[in-house]
Design a protein around this ligand. Structure first.
Ligand code: ADP
Ligand code: ZN
Length: 730
């Protein structure tokens, strides 16, 4: 039994957010402190944030041990959370200080609660009643004594703030000070429940039972786009709320949250708490604190929401679980889908992984009996899945600088005549991926990275998609200095939009690409306008593949279905399959039937054939067979090691030394491949070299990697990043 409370002066071990490789000893402050308490401790001349992690080690000169400055006014970190951070650190080979930083990403946690004025119903009746005054009192009466800010009351009543202030003077409304971090309104699990179809009902029942069990379990919720997966997992959330436990819904894209929040409000009567990079600092702190106090029942957020201090987490939903953005690609390299499963298992909570096109990992876990599976087979209502066909580009007649084939053009034309929408899908931002000089053949590249600059005509600049650097479009070639010979090569969505406008001059064209909107809100408004019919032809990137509803859309044309199949990524087939099926799923959501066509130069490619055939189980089985034979994830384990430095010789030397001194890896039967230049051999001026480690499932890979890496000192500006279960190979 670990000690739960430390009396004043007792030695405690404090984990801080500073990059030190040990827990530091301090004396418990006046009044003592609990295990898990958030504290402020002196470190050198500074004050830093920490958590009481256990008893002190006592291997420090006791006369030099300083006292904890103060205990912060937040709920101590729970035992499960401490375990979760430790296990995630072990799994991802991340220092604990970095884990703690991830778990405390809210500003001002130590600040005294700031106050603000709130208003509630008073006791007096105003002598003279006006319409405006009556409205205010009615609104406050409706909410049965709840308090609101001045702005909220005025808005709800449709009056000016001065009316409310007037009522305060008369004693009819009372004005009070209240902490700024208010609890979130209680959600009502019975509020807006929908009648489910038989299919959905059965699925919801499985999930409700699972939540009610109070034990850990993971369910893959698979169903085509529009089959009602969201409706079904909201029933699991409802059950979780009834049990009095907290629920977390992870979404892969911030742009999707506002649509989702509207649905939560319709289902549970109020908005949930939000946690992602688009949320203000004040709101972040409120969310963090209320989650810890159990005063936020449902949190909707990005992957880092997994590290919030939940008091009693009962359910985690990972929507679009196959989405690659769940993998954090810098800092702490974790996969939120996998860590959700870990966190749930420590909390006796349930996980729901929802997708129309699950990852092979999840599919394999179902096959292995580790995950339950619930399948929704049909679309809700009249909607049917689109018919999918290929356009063989080898037999289409079109000039080199055009990408919409005559066959696709005819199909779009037919939609225009019927007043229906079409989507031209191209997963490439910007105007043109390459700008070339027609005099000397020079391609304009980034100064700091080994990549070409992408023209963004909308911004009137060239942009590097690796480091984000931009520069104005030059008029003379930077290499041969000949004027006016620079030409775009290849299409991006902006260029597609131009072609679409030329082909369909009467049509209203809309471009949907993540870089074209200043804010998530502007994007949301634009998407809603398009959904209402405010565009005839939508030209879009991956952004449109993710969960938006376009009821008038009946045709999806994929401009380049071969795009994702190039390259050596082991997940290329899986990703192309998922993306094509997701995009096709955008068509035919309402009454009108949909059609999806894939422009391809290799219609006989097995992946293209599998996409068209739609036999998913066969595709997964074949893909699983190949990966099993090759011993790669999910049937084997991998780790990617990227070494980087401004000095190319240094990185290669270290890489070679690492490959040679592979004793700890050989001991577990793991193999090292490389060093080789990384696919992008230079980013932000740093040269990059990669090694790959392959091991069998079930071996202690992380331990071996740690022992291996420890042999090498990183001198100067050398950096080493170890990526367990790498998702991308750049
Ligand atoms: P998915 O998450 O599988 O893409 P959704 O849950 O978003 O599917 O459902 C697609 C659309 O159909 C949504 O507009 C949803 O509100 C509606 N819908 C699904 N099931 C029902 C139902 N049982 N009753 C009413 N509307 C439903
Ligand atoms: Zn760059």
């Amino acid at each position: 039994m670990t000690q739960e409370f430390f009396d004043e002066g007792a030695l405690v071990g404090v984990l801080t957010t500073q990059p030190l490789d040990r827990v530091l000893d301090y004396k418990a402050p006046e009044g003592g402190c609990f295990l898990g308490a958030f504290v402020e401790v002196p470190l050198g001349p500074r004050k830093v944030l920490g958590v009481v992690w256990g008893p002190g080690r006592g291997d420090w000169d006791i006369s030099k041990v300083r006292a904890v400055n103060r205990v912060l006014d937040v709920v101590p970190m729970a035992e499960e959370m401490r375990q979760f951070l430790s296990k995630t650190a072990d799994y991802t080979l991340t220092p604990m200080s970095a884990m703690l930083r991830l778990a405390t990403r809210a500003p001002g946690l130590g600040d005294a609660p700031s106050m603000r004025k709130v208003y509630r119903l008073g006791t007096a009746e105003p002598e003279r009643m006006t319409d405006a005054r009556r409205k205010v009192l009615e609104v406050l009466r409706d909410y049965g004594g709840l308090a609101f800010t001045l702005k909220e009351v005025a808005e709800m009543a449709g009056v000016t703030p001065s009316v409310v202030k007037g009522l305060v003077k008369l004693g009819a409304v009372s004005e009070e000070d209240s902490p700024r971090d208010l609890p979130y309104p209680r959600l009502d699990p019975e509020y807006g429940s929908k009648e489910l179809t038989e299919d959905q009902q059965a699925g919801a029942q499985v999930l409700r039972d699972a939540v009610r069990s109070g034990r850990y379990g993971t369910t893959l919720l698979k169903g085509v786009t529009g089959s009602g997966k969201t409706e079904v997992y909201l029933e699991a959330v409802a059950e979780c709320l009834r049990q009095g436990r907290q629920a977390l819904v992870l979404l892969p894209e911030i742009a999707l949250t506002s649509e989702f929040i509207t649905r939560v409000e319709a289902r549970f009567g109020h908005k949930p708490a939000e946690w992602h990079s688009g949320v203000t600092m004040t709101e972040r702190r409120r969310c963090w604190k209320m989650v810890g106090q159990g005063e936020a029942q449902l949190i909707v957020g990005a992957r880092s929401a997994l590290f919030l201090p939940f008091r009693d987490l009962g359910l985690i939903v990972v929507d679009e679980e196959h989405d690659t953005s769940y993998k954090q690609e810098d800092g702490v390299l974790y996969n939120a889908r996998d860590m959700a499963v870990l966190r749930a298992s420590l909390n006796s909570a349930q996980v729901v992984l929802a997708s129309a096109t699950p990852s092979l990992e999840s599919w394999a876990n179902v096959e292995a009996g580790k995950y339950r599976r619930v399948t929704l087979t049909s679309r809700y209502g009249a909607a049917v899945l689109p018919e999918m066909t290929a356009i063989d580009m080898r037999s289409e007649d079109l000039p080199g600088s055009r990408w919409v084939s005559p066959s696709l053009q005819a199909k779009v034309q037919a939609r225009l005549e019927r007043g229906e929408q079409s989507l031209l899908f191209l997963n490439r931002r910007g105007y043109a991926p390459v700008t070339i000089c027609r005099a000397c053949g020079h391609q304009i590249g980034c100064d700091d990275c080994d990549s070409t600059m992408v023209e963004h005509r909308f911004l009137k600049r060239l942009m590097c998609h690796q480091c984000g650097e931009t520069k104005p479009m030059p008029t003379v070639c930077p290499s041969c200095e000949v004027e006016d010979k620079l030409a775009p090569v290849g299409p991006g969505v902006e260029r597609m939009a131009e072609e679409a406008q030329a082909l369909f001059p009467q049509a209203k064209i809309a471009v949907l690409s993540s870089d074209l909107y200043g804010s998530a809100r502007a994007l949301k408004e634009h998407i809603e306008a398009i959904a209402r019919g405010d565009a005839d032809v939508i030209v879009g990137t991956q952004l449109v593949a993710k969960g938006h509803n376009f009821p008038k859309l009946t045709l999806v044309g994929v401009i380049d279905a071969d795009l994702g199949l190039q390259g050596s990524d082991l997940r290329a087939a899986e990703r192309t399959f998922q993306l094509m099926r997701q995009v096709a799923g955008r068509a035919g959501r309402a009454e009108a039937a949909g059609e999806a066509v894939l422009q391809t130069f290799q219609p006989e490619h097995p992946v293209i054939r599998a996409i068209l055939g739609g036999d998913e189980e066969a595709f997964w089985a074949a893909e699983a067979g190949e990966r099993r034979a090759a011993g790669v994830p999910p049937y084997g384990r991998m780790a990617g090691i990227v070494l980087s430095s401004p000095n190319v010789q240094e990185v290669f030397d270290l890489g070679t030394a690492m490959a040679r001194q592979d004793g700890p890896l050989r001991q577990i039967g793991a193999q090292v491949f490389g060093p080789a230049p990384a696919p992008i051999a230079r980013i932000r001026g740093r040269h990059r070299v990669r090694l790959l480690v392959k091991a069998e499932k079930g071996v202690p890979l992380q331990q071996a990697l740690a022992a291996w890496a420890k042999q090498f000192k990183l001198r100067g500006d050398l950096r080493m990043a170890i990526d367990i279960d790498p998702q991308s190979f750049y």
